[in-house]
Design a protein around this ligand. Sequence first.
Ligand SMILES: *Cc1c(COP(=O)(O)O)cnc(C)c1O
Length: 369
Amino acid sequence: MRVPVNEPLISEEAKKNILEAVETGWISSAGKFVEEFENKFASYLGVKHAITTNNGTTALHTALLTMNIGPGDEVIVPAFTMIATIFAVMYTGAKPVFVDCELETYNLDPAKLEEKITKNTKAIMPVHIYGHSCDMDPILEIAQKHNLIVIEDAAEAHGATYKGRICGSMSDIACFSFYGNKIITTGEGGMVVTNDDAIAEKARKLKDLYHSDTRFIHEHVGYNYRMTNMQAAIGCGELQHIDEYIEKKNQMAERYNSVLKDIPGIKLPTTLPKNKNVFWMYAILIEEEFGKTKDEVRTQLKEVDIDTRDFFYSPTDQPVLINTYGDIGSYPNTDYIAKHGLYLPSGLAITDEQIDYVCEQMKLISQSA
Ligand SMILES: *Cc1c(COP(=O)(O)O)cnc(C)c1O
C-alpha cells in the first residue's frame, strides 16, 4: 500500500465550477467566482471583508504593507513557522524578530513575547501551527499594552477556534493560504481578511496595482497578486464542504491517536480544552524513549511506501537568516521539536485503511527498536 503525505480531495462542485469558468471564458481575475468566494469565505468566518490573493505568501505581504510596515520596523514572528511568514516580513524591508515556541502546542509562547518588544516593534504575527490556535488572549493583551498591530497567519487553521472565536477573526488583519495541501484549496491561492473598511480598501488596492479612482493612474506602488476566476471556482466548490473536511481531519487524528498513544516515546498532537483543532497536519514527536531517531523512523516508513515530512526547521538553521541578520538568538524549544518532529500522512483523501497501515508500521518500527 502506498500512502502519500498529502492528497487533496477535490469535490464534484469544484470540478463543475472550474469547467464553467473555462467554458465561459472567464479565466483571469474577472468573473463571478472571485467575488462569490470572497463573500462566502467572509461569511464563513463572520468577518466583514475577505480579499483574494494569488497565494498565502502574497496575502501576508499584502497584509503587512496594508498596515504600513516597512524598513526600520520590527515584526515579531514565531521561531517555529513556515518560511513564508518570515519572508513576507523581509519583503517589506522590516526585520523579523523571533519568539520561541511552546513545547506543548508548538505555537508562539506568549510568556516569551514581551521581552522581544523594542521601540521599533510594530506588529506581532501569531501563526496557528498545524491547525491549533495560538493562545490569543495574552498575545492580544500584550499587543494592546504596547500599541502593536496583530496579523494572524491562519494559513494552516481554516475553521479552527479558540474560546469559540474563529482563527482569522481575532486580529486587525489575517491571512489564509489555499495551497494544495491546505484544508480549503484553490491550487494556489490566498486571502486577506479584516473587519475594518479602510484596511480592506487598501488591501484590495495593493493587490491590484493600486489603481486610483481614475483607472491607470497610480499614486502608490501596487502589486499584481490577483487570484484567477478558475482558482476561485475551485474555492467556492471546496468551501461548501468545509465542515465535512474538518470533521474528517478530526476523525483522522482520533484514529491515529487511538493506536499511537500506546507506543512509548511518541508525543501526540495536543489539543487544549479551549481550542477546536483542525489538524492541518497530524504532527508527532519521536522522543528518546522510542529507541529510534525521527530520521530513522522516517527512513523505515519510506521503505514501506509511507511518505512523511520533517517539521519546519529552526531559524538558526536557515542560511538566509544568518547571512542577512547575523546572530538571531537561540530557540531551544524550536530546535528540539524541529529535531524530533515529523508529520504523518494527513491529506483529506486519506482512507481508514491507509491510517491503519501507517499505525501498524509505526508499531512494528517501535517493536524493533
Ligand atoms: C502554507 C503557509 C503559508 C504560505 O502559503 P502559500 O499559499 O504556500 O504561499 C504561510 N504561512 C504558513 C504558516 C503556511 O503554512
